[in-house]
Design a protein around this ligand. Structure first.
Ligand code: CA
Length: 234
């Protein structure tokens, strides 16, 4: 279930957004001020933030800038909410690092469409969309994986790992990046743990003939590729 932090000081609007998002299957946390938002972010990174422009004290734009400047919060998907329809403000919001921009009042359908679009772009592993890569198919809804007609049995960690790899293919991920994105924020485990689970994942993919799709990139980490070369299987 994707998590959304709603930062909005107008309680009626915040409650309405929360109600609609929960109804659509999102887990929602509310923050009324920049301080509350910072505390929520420090405690746990959500999959996406809906950030009101006008907040008492520090503004939403200042918060977005601050999050974009920090390593931990840099990849955080942000949608700015504002009552201003001014084109100049929109540019300021996007310059501050917002992924998208929504002018109040907006419909629930538009809000959900924008959230899904930003998640697809920035955090595709948070969505329940079926993912296909070469011969592999992964369905987050049913938690089923198959490759070339063979069902692949995976433990929960290997499933999340494969989901992340398949939604971010052809890119090298370091062990620490994998720990952050797959095991979760604030999890303190050794990087060697990643190797253990990658090994298990490859073993599980072997009967489907897809083990070689996960390549070891020496000195850098791991990469999932559509075009598996036989030499990288080991
Ligand atoms: Ca406001």
């Amino acid at each position: 279930m994707p998590t959304v932090l709603v930062v909005e000081d107008e309680a009626a609007i915040a409650e309405l957004i929360a109600l609609n998002l929960r109804h659509a299957g999102f887990e929602v946390t509310l923050a009324e001020t920049a301080d509350q938002a910072s505390a929520a972010i420090a405690a746990e990174l959500p999959d996406l933030v809906l950030l009101d422009w006008m907040l008492p004290g520090q503004s939403g734009v200042a918060l977005a800038r601050q999050w974009r400047a920090e390593e931990r919060t840099k990849p955080l998907p942000i949608i700015m909410l504002t009552a201003r329809a001014d084109e100049a403000d929109k540019v300021v919001g996007l310059d501050a690092g917002a992924d998208d921009y929504l002018t109040k009042p907006f419909s629930t359908q538009e809000l959900l469409a924008r959230i899904r679009a930003v998640l697809r772009r920035r955090m595709p592993e948070a969505l329940d969309t079926v993912v296909e890569l070469a011969a592999l198919t992964l369905d987050p809804g049913t938690r089923r994986v198959s490759g070339q007609g063979v069902e692949v049995k995976l433990g929960p960690t290997e499933f999340r790992l494969l989901h992340f790899f398949m939604t971010h293919p052809e890119r090298v991920h370091s062990r620490s990046q994998l720990l952050d994105r797959v095991w979760g924020d604030h999890v303190f485990i050794e990087e060697r743990t990643v190797d253990v689970h990658v090994k298990r994942l490859r073993e599980a993919l072997l009967p489907a003939g897809c083990a070689a799709m996960i390549e070891t990139v020496r000195g850098a980490g791991y990469r999932m590729t559509r075009q598996a070369s036989a030499s990288s299987a080991a």
